[in-house]
Write a protein that binds this ligand. Structure first.
Ligand SMILES: [Zn+2]
Length: 508
């Protein structure tokens, strides 16, 4: 099977129902393959050594048909596990190719901007959502399509595992969101949801309980890429904007949690307001007499509440992870829970210092560790650009990158070359080994492999050769499995085939 013919239109609901009806008929003949929870012994247990997973969204099945997509993933990518995007309002995991980037050589060849919305791509069953204001999240993108109902029977028949990918990405128009938004440093509503808000916590618990009770899935992969206020204030990530006056969360739930832990709210807020002034002055190039770095460090020494407030954010984030895990295990003890560990965990020594792999490993059955190498060059440079505008403004960027690479254990190219070259397969090997060493065998480690994540015009694009090399590097480093990322609808088929070839060579 080579390049598939393009489908230059949005697949209609009737096209989709044709294949869905055939699947329903097939599962009626073999009831144990249907969408009801099945006992473990009833499942077809394929012989597998490692999890070879792929992230895939509803739009691919709607555009290309369930059987055809599964054929492609298995034949080309040697995939045995689907990480099916069931909940997000974000385009990183759902929808077709991001607007402005070329379409891959499969699927519909036109933008979904007109109908992309996001939400829950399965069916929210109301009884689970009684404890939260976030009740109406059904994704309208594909009409009445329930992606789990559509894909599970076919996946089961093939012996594929199916995990629900759920991401903390919202849009402001969702009913109830307005009541649970974070509050920023100056008392304004933010666009993100407060992780200490009881309705938000209840929503995540409800969502994963619904999935794990209503459908015969194998578990959940939870995504939350949000940083705490300190890193956001400093712009210490690869995100492009530095928004020190927009940091969160200073809502009543955060104030109460702070009181319980003996953190002084007023001092924390004052600390972040002064940090905001410091960052703005740095961005304008106003050099303090002791230099930028010393001034920032002095600020942290004088306002330890700034660090404490950042840690409070992480506590909220990790509490949600723990509650998600507990809810999944309560629904069915044999299901697995994994967490996506974002790219900043690789680039940023401050972020690294705020968490431990072995601590995360105790909360999860597996960690999906981002080791995206192609887009990694561009992202690492962007991270350096941000740090070089604030904390390390006194250091030339090329030297800062070299210094940071020493701290991070990278042996990569220089500042000027990295966007075009990307990070190397050796980076994938090292970061996989670091994760395995950190997790200490307490959970499985699945590196997330970059297959065609969109980058800037002059930046590295995935090729079959480097995809092959990255997959080999991760498996040879001892990974327990892999997750091809970020979504099938942005991957070129030749790259997926190269990934599958490496899996078969190494013996996935
Ligand atoms: Zn809050």
């Amino acid at each position: 099977m080579e390049t598939e013919p393009s489908v230059p239109r949005r697949a209609t609901r009737r096209d989709f129902l044709g294949s869905a009806a055939a699947l329903a008929a097939a599962s009626a003949m073999a009831p144990h393959l249907g969408a009801r929870p099945a006992a473990a012994e009833e499942r077809i247990a394929p012989a597998r050594k490692k999890t070879i997973g792929i992230q895939v969204g509803a739009v691919s099945f709607a555009d290309e048909g369930v059987e055809r997509v599964l054929d492609t993933l298995q034949e080309r990518g040697a995939v045995n596990t689907l990480f099916l995007t069931t909940f997000t309002y974000g385009r990183g995991l759902a929808g077709r190719q991001i607007p402005g980037h070329p379409f891959p050589d499969h699927g519909a060849q036109e933008s979904d901007e007109a109908f992309f919305h996001g939400g829950n791509y399965a069916t929210p069953h109301p009884r689970f959502y009684e404890g939260t204001v976030l009740k109406q999240t059904r994704a309208p993108d594909h009409g009445a399509l329930d992606i789990l109902e559509a894909v599970l029977p076919a996946a089961r028949k093939r012996g594929l595992q199916v995990f629900c990918s759920c991401e903390d990405q919202w849009r402001s128009t969702v009913p109830g969101v307005d009541q649970v938004l974070e509050i920023d440093l100056y008392g304004r509503k933010a666009s993100t949801l407060c992780l200490l808000h009881p309705d938000v916590r209840a929503f995540w618990t409800a969502l994963v309980t619904d999935y794990c009770t209503s459908y015969a899935v194998d578990g959940v992969l939870f995504f939350n890429e949000r940083n705490g206020p300190l890193l956001n204030a400093l712009g210490a990530s690869h995100f492009q904007s530095i928004a020190s006056s927009r940091v969160t969360c200073f809502c009543e739930h955060h104030q109460r949690a702070a009181r319980e832990q003996g953190i002084d709210f007023e001092r924390a807020r004052e600390g972040y307001r002064r940090l905001d002034e410091l960052v703005k002055a740095s961005l304008e190039g106003k050099r303090p007499s002791d230099g930028h770095f010393v001034e920032f460090l002095r600020h942290l020494v004088e306002y330890p509440e700034v660090l404490a407030w950042d840690k409070l954010f992480d506590r909220g984030k990790h509490q949600v992870l723990a509650e998600v895990r507990a809810a999944v295990k309560k629904a069915r003890a044999d299901l697995e829970v994994g967490f996506h560990i974002e790219h900043v965990n690789s680039f940023n020594p401050i972020f690294r210092a705020t968490r431990r792999y072995d601590d995360l490993a105790e909360k999860a059955d597996f960690l999906k560790v981002v080791v995206y190498n192609n887009c990694g060059g561009e992202r690492y440079v962007r991270f350096i650009d941000n740090l070089a505008s604030t904390l390390f403004r006194d250091v030339p960027k090329e030297e800062l990158l070299r210094f940071m690479s020493h701290l991070l254990g990278y042996e990569e190219k220089g500042y000027g070359e990295l966007p075009a070259s990307g990070l190397s397969p050796e980076y994938v090997r090292r970061e996989t080994k670091r994760a395995l060493a950190g997790a200490k065998g307490k959970c499985k480690v699945f590196p997330g492999i970059d297959i065609g994540i969109p980058t800037g015009k002059a930046s590295r694009k995935a090729s079959p050769e480097d995809t092959h090399a990255a997959v080999r590097a991760a498996l040879e480093a001892g990974a327990d499995g892999l997750i091809f990322s970020r979504k099938y609808s942005e991957m070129r088929l030749a790259n997926l085939s190269a990934a599958g070839r490496a899996v078969r060579e190494v013996g996935g």
